[in-house]
Design a binder for this molecule. Structure first.
Ligand SMILES: Nc1ncnc2c1ncn2[C@@H]1O[C@H](COP(=O)(O)OP(=O)(O)O)[C@@H](O)[C@H]1O
Ligand SMILES: [Mg+2]
Length: 249
């Protein structure tokens, strides 16, 4: 099972929008897919109309286990797609991880326990750099990073690259793409050009700023499951590039 994480230090940049659409695309293309919602806000589960995780005795947890995952797994309404929903209890996860042995490997081990059932797991991650993020970085085949082409977003992207360097993590896992692009804005165009030249790893497909993506919250389904508009096509193209760059079987 390959692990693809949708991650950024920043919130509100399009991690969940990608996670939901990528997971849907993988499922419909025949990959047995598990969407893991690690954000206590539980937005991925909300989009897929899945109830939050059951009460999770997180204070008693000595380690992350596959047993707990299996007890909380849900089927989605979409082919080949299961989801491990989040709940508000996940806000304590980082704190608990810090008390566990091998605290940077726990997530990887937990996912290894269920890997027979899936080709790919897509992790929808909370923002910030925490012990949970370090677990995510170690477990992932690819860390997919939405970058809004503005100076502040570029700066947090640079911070992430710096963190990987400082912690001796594999920087080739970092796979950025442009999110919420408004190509009429000169600032967006110039920021994209300069980031592409300093980081050739940026995906070609860019997700435009679009009310269609915002409307996913009202529709509560992956945009690519019901729309053929510009934003939906961008998610389809980006998913194809992600699959091409990261062989999943
Ligand atoms: N490409 C986009 N165009 C317009 N709005 C977007 C786009 N991507 C996400 N949004 C909206 O921005 C907000 C944050 O997006 P989300 O995917 O939840 O970000 P994150 O998971 O990084 O916090 C949501 O309200 C979402 O509907
Ligand atoms: Mg999110």
């Amino acid at each position: 099972m390959k692990i693809l994480s949708c991650y950024s230090i920043k919130g509100g940049v399009g991690k969940t929008a990608l996670a939901v659409n990528l997971a849907y695309q993988l499922g419909t293309r025949g990959f047995r897919t598990l969407l893991v919602d690690l954000d206590p806000q539980g937005a991925a589960g909300f989009y897929l109309r899945v109830a939050p995780a059951r009460d999770f005795p997180i204070e008693e947890l000595k380690s992350l286990t596959g047993t707990w995952v299996r007890a909380n797994l849900r089927e989605s309404d979409f082919p080949g797609l299961h989801i491990l929903p989040s709940s508000l209890a996940y806000r304590h996860l980082d704190n608990r991880l810090s008390g566990m042995k091998k605290s940077r490997k726990q997530l990887q081990w937990m996912l290894e326990e269920i890997e027979d059932g899936y080709d790919v797991a897509v992790l929808d991650c909370p923002p910030n750099i925490t012990l949970l993020s370090e677990n995510i970085f170690r477990a992932s085949r690819a860390v997919l990073v939405p970058v809004i082409p503005t100076p502040l977003s570029s700066r947090t992207f640079d911070q992430l690259c710096g963190f990987f360097g400082d912690e001796d993590l594999d920087t080739t896992k970092i796979q950025p793409f442009f999110s919420m692009v408004q190509s009429r804005k000169g600032l967006h165009r110039s920021e994209m050009e300069s980031l592409r030249s300093s980081h050739p790893s940026f995906y070609r497909a860019c997700i435009p700023f679009s009310v269609d993506v915002e409307a996913m919250g009202a529709r509560r389904a992956p945009l690519t499951s019901y729309s053929r508009g510009t934003a939906a096509r961008a998610f389809v193209e980006l998913s194809t590039e992600i699959i091409d760059r990261n062989p999943l079987r």
